[in-house]
Design a protein around this ligand. Structure first.
Ligand code: ZN
Length: 321
């Protein structure tokens, strides 16, 4: 049933057509025989003591008859870790269960309880899920464009001193999604604001000076975009770099009455990130860049009803060969 589901999502090859060919190399020649569906019996027993059955491919060419896993075309399911250990000791259903938990932000210790998997197994699979988000981050397109407002905020995570890092975060708002922000700081407002922000992005940066931040902005934001930021001096030359720049002095205003600029949405995002990773308590961990990329991916998928399907679609982009 799980196999059929994954085939429908194009995450596994179809089993009944003749498009799947054997790649076994013998005498420097690839076999090329047609792979046929077959049922194999596992060497492992299930919890009832019965040997598990599973579906596999078998080469139909005479003299070859090699078995080939149906997972081979999707490297998510046939992933090898740093020690060359294959993670496919779990069934596809068991893997998809862990993926579901990851997409729904279920904490690791609860997943261990719900599934009976070890903590290491859960952490390994969660890391692999995060790779999908990071793949999408690395393939992202530039923010902004003509008439699109991009908000830029720089924020220093305050925590343990040795991990202090300045970070630049950009988010853009499509013109028809710009809404009037009030100055209410309640949680509801934060949620609304996060939905108004299209494609928030995070960057780990060592320094917060112009030489560090300007190349990032030029790399990430389309020329001609309208940039909203605070009055911090590293942004002062943006108007000379092909952007329309307005500033907001957020110590005085959330929305600047003269220029209509606001950076409130992005500041709310910061607040959420700092809270989620308990940065004030623990300091920023060395894993933070990966976590921020995951956070960026999640900001693109705010709907809990659809995030699982959206993840599977991104997995196809990232892992299907
Ligand atoms: Zn073959």
């Amino acid at each position: 049933m799980c196999v059929q589901f994954l085939q429908d999502k194009e995450l596994l090859p179809s089993l009944n057509d003749n498009n799947n060919r054997c790649t076994k190399v013998r005498n420097n020649k690839e076999c090329g025989g047609i792979l046929k569906k077959c049922e194999r019996t596992s060497k492992k027993r299930n919890s009832y003591g019965i040997f598990k059955k599973y579906i596999s491919f078998k080469c139909s060419k005479r003299g070859c008859q090699t078995y080939c896993s149906i997972r081979k075309q999707n490297q998510f399911f046939s992933y090898l870790d740093l020690n060359n250990r294959c993670h496919s000791n779990l069934s596809l259903t068991e893997i998809m269960e862990l993926v579901w938990h990851w997409t729904h932000l279920v904490p690791v210790h609860q997943v261990v309880q719900f599934t009976g998997r070890s903590k290491n197994t859960v952490v390994d699979w969660f890391n692999l899920c995060r790779d999908v988000a990071i793949y999408k981050f690395d393939k992202r397109s530039k923010l902004g464009g003509k008439d699109v407002i991009v908000q830029i905020d720089e924020s220093l995570f305050k925590g343990k001193r040795k991990y202090n890092r300045g970070r630049l975060r950009c988010g853009d708002i499509r013109p028809n999604e710009v809404t009037e922000n009030d100055t209410d700081d309640s949680d509801d407002t934060e949620d609304n604001n996060i939905n108004n922000t299209v494609g928030a992005k995070n960057y780990g940066t060592q320094k917060r000076d112009k030489a560090t931040l300007l190349p990032i902005i030029k790399n990430e934001v389309e020329l001609g975009s309208i940039i909203h930021s605070d009055e911090w001096r590293a942004y002062s030359s943006l108007n000379n770099e092909g952007y329309i720049h307005s500033t907001v002095n957020h110590q005085k205003w959330f929305i600047d009455p003269d220029t209509n600029a606001n950076t409130q949405t992005i500041e709310c995002l910061w607040k959420i990130v700092k809270k989620r990773y308990e940065i004030k308590v623990n300091g920023a961990s060395p894993l933070l860049p990966r976590q921020l990329k995951e956070d960026w991916w999640r900001s693109l998928h705010p709907n809990k009803q659809t995030i699982f399907d959206e993840f599977l679609s991104d997995m196809k982009d990232a892992f299907m060969t």
